[in-house]
Design a protein around this ligand. Structure first.
Ligand code: SF4
Length: 384
């Protein structure tokens, strides 16, 4: 299988989005955040381009950014002005941090292939590395620019899948790095904060990366590409094709009128139930105190009586129970798996065993749940 790192990441976020974008190849307009990121990346690439006869100034940098700027992607002037100012600020900071530095930039926007051979099948993960520098100690540094606001913890940078894939890509480009066991510095450059977080991968981590990728490829092969709601849904450009969001794009009709009334009633009942549940907790509290005060366990009213019962839950000594039930052939019958504990154990197992467990998975029961989530901002609704 040949797929880009971004496709891999998209599948992990949402299988349906992966299908729409990379299998069905449905074209959608880029989000304003993606356009902003592209302009910043392009400006920095231009800034470091070796073709300039003289070092570029801050003005050159800002001028290029301004020429590339596209105000039409923003909803209003205020939003556009904010984003433009943010872009200018990022570039000013970047210039201040990097001017006069003796950078030895080896390559910009470098495409790569990271091959993974497993049981005779060759998989290729592709991508583009923003910048590769040669450091003073002779080793290489891979730099990936980020325009996101959020900065991850060092631990998640150390475990960063993207950086590991980049490492595999550079080693494929220059195999001597691996043969000579040379470290590769992997850096995420958070442009909004002017901060860099770096890590160096061990051979063991790189091997783990290959196994993780194989896992994802296996999941892709078996996937039914169901939507997976996630925190990025609000920015997903495929909402109109997604069963979780499609309804927002349906034009109002008589049928829609009817379903709107059903939705209204659903939330009225839900909110009543929530109020009732809250009040029930308060009533139980009052009754409990009354029982304590009068040293009784039952109270009578016109509608019936209410009883308090003290209950105990016991846990068994599993070892002993196993000893007793195994000779009777009953142990297998009582054995049920704690799914969350099992998941934790599976995560810690080697790839081959994880795969075998995965293959043994079967659907036990399918069921439907219908839940209601009250919108905080009804204006977000795009129907009209
Ligand atoms: S809106 Fe969310 S669930 Fe739907 S396709 Fe996009 S990412 Fe997936």
């Amino acid at each position: 299988m040949r797929l880009s790192y971004s496709a891999l990441e998209t599948f992990r976020t949402c299988p349906l989005q992966f299908k729409l974008q990379f299998i069905d190849k449905i074209k959608v307009p880029k989000s304003k955040e993606a356009i902003f990121g592209s302009i910043i990346h392009e400006t920095l690439r231009m800034f470091h381009e070796p073709a300039h006869p003289y070092p570029l100034s801050e003005d050159d940098l800002l001028k290029y950014f301004t020429q590339k700027w596209d105000p039409s992607v923003y909803e209003d002037q205020r939003e556009e002005a904010f984003a433009f100012h943010e872009g200018i600020q990022i570039l000013k900071n970047y210039y201040a941090q990097n001017k006069g530095k003796q950078l030895n930039i080896v390559s910009l926007e470098t495409p790569f292939d990271a091959p993974i051979l497993y049981k005779g099948e060759l998989h290729q993960i592709t991508g583009i590395i923003d910048r590769i520098d040669k450091l003073q100690d002779g080793n290489f540094e891979i730099i990936d620019y980020k325009t996101s606001r959020k900065m991850p913890a060092q631990k998640s940078v150390d475990e960063h899948l993207q950086l590991s894939v980049y490492h595999l890509g550079i080693v494929n480009r220059w195999p001597s790095l691996e043969k000579e066991n040379r470290p590769v510095k992997l850096t995420l450059y958070f442009l909004k904060h002017g901060e860099q977080l770096s890590t160096i991968k061990t051979a063991e981590q790189l091997n783990e990366t290959k196994l993780k990728i194989l896992d994802i490829i296996e999941q892709i092969k078996k996937s039914d590409f169901k939507p997976k709601p996630n925190p990025l849904c609000d920015w997903c450009a495929y909402q109109q094709y997604c069963p979780l969001f499609k309804h927002k794009f349906i034009k109002p009709s008589i049928n829609e009128e009817k379903i709107n009334n059903v939705i209204k009633e659903f939330f009225e009942i839900k909110s009543r139930q929530e109020k009732d549940a809250k009040r029930m907790t308060e009533l139980k509290d009052i009754i409990n105190r009354y029982f304590n005060e009068h040293k009784i366990e039952r109270i009578f009213g016109e509608e019936g009586y209410i009883t308090r019962l003290f209950q105990k839950r016991f846990g068994y000594d599993i070892k002993k129970i196993k000893e007793i039930l195994t000779p009777l052939g009953k142990w297998e019958e009582v054995l049920t798996i704690d799914q969350s504990k099992l998941n934790k154990i599976i995560d810690s197992l080697p790839y081959e065993i994880r795969r075998k467990i995965e293959e043994s998975k079967k659907i036990e029961r399918e069921f439907i749940t219908i839940t209601g989530t009250k919108s905080k901002d009804v204006n977000k609704d795009v129907r009209g």
